[in-house]
Design a protein around this ligand. Structure first.
Ligand SMILES: *Cc1c(COP(=O)(O)O)cnc(C)c1O
Length: 356
């Protein structure tokens, strides 16, 4: 039986996507060939790449606004260093918001390139909230933030207005909610949270900000080179790009990000309402910063751990334990998670009240 998969990443994808992807592994487009054995330069795959790039911009409302979408490799972790490589000047500086483990990892890379100013941090309270009221130095080469903190279950609800380029790691909430995406100059996201299998990183970049920092950039790390090569500078991750395209088509068919966001809000409300109602549980993140993608919560009495763990496992739930740095539980309710699965978890939480 298919499990209710709450894994934080790699994570759940729409069932239709799994089915279409598995067909393409055996016979892609009735070509008599598997998608795994065709040339990335073949007409059929170039069409996949072109459509995936165009559809990503379309869903974000960025078509015709000077942006390019790329499907690269190396994960969000490589995007951490591509931001300073492509934007930070020699002897320049960058501004970062430290909202969690992934933000900290991005900061560590930027420090290899130059002065890195941390404008705000919630480290003092183990990242249970999103820092606010910070100031971004106007002379920084760019500002970097993390829209959704996958591990801690917090999400930025507002983004600062600034005149310098804004780079945002949207790995765990890309395509989950409507934002004015034109406020961002670089958006990147590892596919494996809300878009596809591990192995592709979506990068959306405003072309005009590139080529201005005077650095010599190694080819594979140079966004301009990838744009020029239409995201085929080297062999792209053919299968992850294809599966990402299937997910983007699924979002489009659902009615786009706005339609998906409505469902995401309903799922999050259902689960947070139970966390707040049920005296056996408490939320891990500050209420105003709660993520609609990664819901972190704890048992109020750790003695109930064994009973609760048995209950959710018996209900067919998988991937619920929290990250080791937070403990407790984390329900990742990405776009593909059906509300029926969230109801199963809520029912289990209610059932715990009768079992203790
Ligand atoms: C998972 C995650 C990363 C790391 O992604 P990789 O693709 O493994 O490099 C970075 N940032 C955020 C917000 C994440 O959720």
């Amino acid at each position: 039986m298919k499990k209710h998969n709450y894994s934080a990443g790699p994570s759940i994808l729409p069932q239709e996507v799994f089915e279409k992807a598995s067909k393409a592994v055996l016979d892609f487009n009735n070509s008599g060939l598997s998608i795994l054995e065709i040339s990335h330069r073949s007409k059929d795959f170039v069409a996949v790449m072109d459509e995936a790039r165009a559809l990503a911009l379309d869903l974000l409302g960025l078509t015709g606004k000077g942006y390019q979408a790329l499907f690269l490799q190396g994960g969000a972790s490589t995007a951490f260093l591509m931001a300073p490589y492509n934007l930070m000047k020699e002897n320049g500086k960058a501004a970062y918001l430290d909202s969690g483990t992934w933000a900290t990892a991005a900061i560590k890379e930027a420090k290899l390139f130059g002065e890195t100013v941390v404008v705000g941090s919630s480290k003092d309270d183990n990242y249970t909230y999103v820092p606010k009221g910070y100031e971004i130095p106007a002379d920084a080469d760019y500002f970097h933030c993390t829209s959704n903190n996958t591990i801690f279950g917090t999400q930025m609800k507002e983004f600062p207005t600034t005149n310098i380029p804004v780079v945002c790691d949207m790995s765990s909430d890309i395509f989950s909610r409507v934002l004015d995406f034109s406020k961002f100059d670089i958006i990147y996201a590892g596919a494996q949270k809300n878009m596809g299998p591990a192995g592709a990183t979506l990068v959306v970049v405003k072309e005009e900000i590139l080529g201005k920092n005077g650095r010599t950039i190694p080819s594979m790390l140079d966004y301009s080179k990838h744009i020029k090569a239409e995201s085929m500078y080297n062999t792209p991750s053919v299968f992850p790009v294809y599966v990402s395209l299937l997910t983007l088509q699924w979002i489009k068919e659902k009615g786009g990000i706005a339609a998906v966001e409505k469902l995401n809000n309903a799922k999050a409300e259902l689960l947070y309402n139970e966390i707040d109602r049920n005296p056996l549980f408490k939320g891990a993140a500050a209420v105003e910063d709660r993520s609609n993608m990664n819901v972190t919560f704890l048992l109020t009495n750790a003695d109930h751990t064994e009973t609760f763990d048995k209950l959710w496992k018996e209900a067919g739930i998988s991937g619920l334990p929290g990250h080791r740095s937070v403990g407790g539980y984390r329900a990742s309710i990405y776009n593909a998670m059906p509300i029926e699965s969230v109801q199963v978890l809520v029912d289990v939480m209610k059932a715990l009240e009768t079992k203790i």
